[in-house]
Design a protein around this ligand. Sequence first.
Ligand code: MN
Length: 419
Amino acid sequence: MRRLVATGRSDVGKVRHGNEDALLLRDSVYAVADGMGGHLAGEVASATALEPIEELDGRIFQDNAAAVTALRSAVVAANERVSQLARDNPNYRGMGTTLTAALVEGRRLHVAHVGDSRAYLLRDGHFSQLTDDHTLVQHLVDEGQITREEAARHPQRSVVTRAIGVSEDVDVDSMSLELQPGDQLLLCSDGLTGVVEDEAIARTLMEVEDPDQAVGDLIDLANEAGGPDNITVLLLRYEDPDAEQASGHRTISISSRVDSGSGDWAGEMGRYASLHKGGPLVDHQGDDRRSVGAILGKATAIVLALAVFAGVVLGGSQFLLSRSFFVGLDGDQVVIFEGINRELGPFELYRVTERSEVTIDEVQLWYRPQLESGFPAADLGDARNLVRNIPLREIEEEPDPDTEDDDTQDEDTDEDPDA
Ligand code: MN
């Protein structure tokens, strides 16, 4: 007799006013979606994306291939529904969502995934991230441009390179594995993983026996770390009351997808699962497959990553640009940029989205270098706040507006002392 215990919760966190995450918990399907778009659009996107997944609940499939095909099709359908809504309603323009969905049939678990929510498996004390993050920083980590630690603090860490609802086509990752008694599957949004280390998550799952309490404890950990984002946690425990399951594992090993230095990750994954990008899923249980990046040379992988990246930017999708803002200068004018504050090859990954009335000569001297390099903002509202709070020179102290362009006089006391 097997028993699948499923529990989950979504929490608004400590900073956001609304919750754009959504969670699906039924008899045989489970999913987490992290919507974005603001002004309720994010909530619409994440809730809509869950509908086609929910329609699979309770369905019996002929075989594993049919189950995976159905799950992948549901994700494609989610993309069609969300992008259709975004096309039909101007208020929803640019909305999108992540979607990480699981389908359990008997002992068989299937996962389909787009975006930067995550699925993890805890088995025999080994905690491994099953999904790839479809994020800019993951590309940069894979390319060796930044370390995993830099990625965790990167101002553009929430920029996703793939999402549901932002274009007509979506590239879906999927995988399958055979559940073993004692397995714990965690689906979660980046509101958890952005602030709580993998090891703390794994430890909580191992040490807290009651699944509801484990979920609550994980949400508490994220809120104690500031709760900057909506937090969604969904936990599946596969229990076998007949088998005396060893419960005393106290050593934890972690393999995290974002750690490119973990050389045996592909091998570990090969034991647990077969991971496919795009194409139909074929069962390769126990196969020691390696990731595409490991098979191809590193140079080829970088070219591929750049091509994918360029495709996202040039393919008409505004999505990559729409999740990130920074305040900077366009000529003399202070403006809000939408996009990524860096240039990748020949591509400018940003554009002016709003202009302010402020010009550089009105800004206090010590603040100017920060404006010149660009000031990251969490969203458009945050960027507007930054603009409102830019420290300005006090106009009444200006002796003569004609000399305003001369920065050298009576502003020296405002120089940043940290030089
Ligand atoms: Mn989020």
